[in-house]
Design a protein around this ligand. Structure first.
Ligand SMILES: [Zn+2]
Length: 237
């Protein structure tokens, strides 16, 4: 059903008009759409503008798009040079992921391959969950990936998993009809909240650690997902 509402785009198509965001409307929608009219390139980075570049359909595949990063055909992006940084920060073999399992990343993430593959698993599970709710997931908006910093940015704390390319933060999800679901705004609220709960649970099935709004205040606006191995079951809260 939802497929009928999600026309696919071949790369290079002119951006299609983005419908005004409905139901889960987030304020930037209309403004970004207007900016896009005047500044198509800049707007390609904007939430609404990016909808135009959503899932690469069969055309892109037929054209022989790259076979996938990290040995995973669901991942699109490119390998980067090693990231060297002071102390224990850095990533020996980083990749920049731009699309996972047909879902666009509104900000590319820089992570190691293990994290990239876990991310593709998570997207696949989250898409399936979305479909069960009648949603067609088109894009996610990460809010963090590689960064050399201590936990919570607190001086003296141990290094965050972000500092090793092991972690991704995700703040928002965009459906193919333009609706935006924000962790900050929709957690615990209605059908969008049910979608978020399922996405959080999918994190628990895909990553070693999944933290969301019920963990603590700093996670009120995003999910933290990392591949750190723990004794026993994944950390999921
Ligand atoms: Zn994080």
């Amino acid at each position: 059903m939802s497929r009928a509402r999600s026309p696919r785009h071949a790369p290079g198509d002119a951006p299609r008009d983005t419908p005004a965001q409905r139901t889960f409307a987030a304020r930037p929608g209309r403004r970004e759409a207007r900016r896009r009219a005047g500044r198509p390139r800049a707007a390609a980075l904007a939430l609404a503008g990016l909808l135009a570049a959503l899932p690469a359909g069969p055309t892109a595949k037929a054209a022989g798009a790259a076979a996938g990063l990290c040995g995973d055909a669901r991942l699109r992006g490119r390998a980067l040079d090693p990231i060297e940084a002071p102390g224990r920060c850095g990533v020996p073999e980083p990749v920049r992921v731009e699309r996972a399992d047909g879902v666009a990343l509104l900000e590319p993430i820089v992570v190691n391959c293990r994290t990239a593959r876990a991310f593709a698993d998570w997207i696949a599970r989250t898409r399936a969950h979305a479909r069960r709710l009648g949603f067609d997931l088109a894009a996610v908006r990460p809010s963090g990936s590689y960064q050399c910093r201590p936990l919570y940015g607190r001086p003296g704390a141990r290094l965050s998993e972000h500092a090793a390319g092991n972690a991704v933060d995700v703040a928002a999800f965009v459906l193919s009809d333009g609706r935006v679901i924000l962790v900050r705004r929709h957690w615990g609220r209605g059908v969008a909240g049910r979608f978020l709960r399922g996405a959080w649970r999918a994190g628990c099935a895909s990553f070693g650690t999944t933290l969301g709004p019920e963990h603590d205040a700093p996670h009120a606006d995003h999910f933290h997902l990392d591949v750190r191995a723990h004794e026993g079951p994944p950390v999921c809260r």
